[in-house]
Unconditional design. Structure first.
Length: 113
């Protein structure tokens, strides 16, 4: 399979957002977004009551790989929100160990070399 280099290198970001669920449970959501798209994922989360706690810019493919690493890392703490969360719930987890986006992006970038 051949990679679309333009899409792989598209400007993107990975983020962490903190939410309070309807029962008061605090949880984090991670995800990726692309710059230049109509929908601003971060604004959507802010309107839903989320607070953006971290964002890091990187090429889209690097963000996709980093997101997969984070998902495996926090998987045991996965959380299904009770609130209607725009943008999906499969990337939600309960707080615990710090998630270092810079670390996961550097690992992901090294995998692409």
């Amino acid at each position: 399979m051949q990679r679309n280099e333009t899409l792989a290198n598209a400007p993107a970001y990975i983020y962490l957002a903190l939410f309070g669920d309807v029962d008061g449970t605090e949880f984090l959501k991670f995800g990726i977004g692309r710059y230049g798209t109509i929908q601003d994922r971060l604004d959507t989360h802010r309107r839903s009551g989320g607070r953006i706690v971290a964002t890091r810019d990187a090429p889209l493919l690097t963000c996709i790989i980093a997101e997969a690493h984070v998902k495996r890392r926090v998987g045991p703490r996965s959380y299904v929100p009770k609130m209607d969360l725009k943008g999906g719930w499969t990337e939600c987890f309960l707080p615990g160990d710090h998630v270092d986006l810079d670390y996961w992006l550097s690992i992901s970038q090294a995998e692409l070399l």
